[in-house]
Ligand binder design. Structure first.
Ligand code: S3P
Length: 168
């Protein structure tokens, strides 16, 4: 079975959770944020998982949650963490039951939106702007090839982006 879920992918700060919530409300579907689901299962916040188990431990937990969400029978609007489609197995699981939408923003906008946010462990460096540029350079092509659709968010507010996603 294909295209049950609507899955938002993309960089940290691109608005996956905000837009996912709006889209879910408009489509009258349940909204699930995979990062939130990981936190519920583990009973701790994401930075704590990174601290205790490193990025690899977090990715294993993320893969398990994504596989379970992909298999859910009810059509969801699913906001994923920025690294959700880095593993091929996750891409396959998500694409087998969902339409993947890449919400694209430029590194500058992403950095401005996430500046000072302590909840994003990968950006806790001396040069978060440079880090954002590196992550974007490493991932943009992966998001593009994983996605069924790409939505440019530049210059649009969340309501406008949600309307574009719904129109797909
Ligand atoms: C990550 C992004 C985060 C979270 C984790 C790892 C990433 O989610 O899953 O910190 O690898 O880009 P957001 O995209 O919601 O910030």
């Amino acid at each position: 079975m294909s295209a049950r879920h609507l899955v938002l992918i993309g960089m940290p700060g691109t608005g996956k959770s905000t837009i996912g919530r709006l889209v879910a409300r408009r489509l009258d579907r349940p909204f699930v944020d995979s990062d939130h689901e990981i936190e519920i299962r583990c009973g701790v916040r994401i930075p704590v998982i990174f601290e205790l188990e490193g990025e690899a431990g977090f990715r294993d937990r993320e893969s398990a949650v994504l596989a379970d969400l992909a298999a859910m029978p009810e059509p969801l609007v699913l906001a994923t963490g920025g690294g959700a489609v880095l593993r091929e197995a996750n891409r396959i699981a998500l694409r087998s039951t969902g339409q993947l939408v890449y919400l694209h923003s430029t590194p500058l906008v992403l950095w401005q939106r996430t500046r000072g946010d302590k909840g994003r462990p990968l950006l806790q460096t001396a040069d978060p702007r440079g880090r954002m540029e590196e992550l974007y350079a490493a991932r943009d092509a992966i998001y593009r090839s994983a996605a069924h659709h790409i939505v440019e968010t530049g210059g649009l507010n969340a309501t406008e982006v949600a309307a574009l996603v719904i129109a797909l």
